[in-house]
Design a protein around this ligand. Sequence first.
Ligand SMILES: [Zn+2]
Length: 182
Amino acid sequence: MPERSHQGHRRPPAALPGPALWQPARRCRSGRLVCPVEGCTSPAITTRKGFTNGRGTFVPDGFRHLRVPQPRHEPERFNHLQAKLMVQGWMLSRGFSDVATERHDRGSGRTPDVSGTSPGGLRVAFEVQYATLSVNVFERRDEALASGGWVPIWLWGHRGTGDQVELRAVHQHLLAQGRRLW
Ligand SMILES: [Zn+2]
């Protein structure tokens, strides 16, 4: 028999106790914790206690905007941002130098999502690609980076939470060339 809260919802084992929300709540109010999405029209956020949604799924404690931004953030946009920060963190942890996100590179005319120089001196440009890309556009961007002296690494964004990945034309194209999909 699951333990039930006073609202009659199943209490999840992973729910944070009340005080865990308190510290971020203070930082939200002071403006030290804001929405990380660039260009957000309403960056003030606040904490939100976990709740059970209409489908009976528990949504854990988290954050929400005080006012809904316009346009709303698509989940893919958030995933893209998160992926960039993960790649940046990984590069720094591996001793890359000169690491930056969204830095324009004159040589290639491109602004790779994350770029930096490996400990061995390789200039590596990561592109986190969620939006659909045609084969032609992909090749142009890939070649531009390579001709600018970068090792381009493309990371293909997922959709949904399942373990299935939709292979689009550009992915088929890469597989046909014997290249690996990341
Ligand atoms: Zn926002």
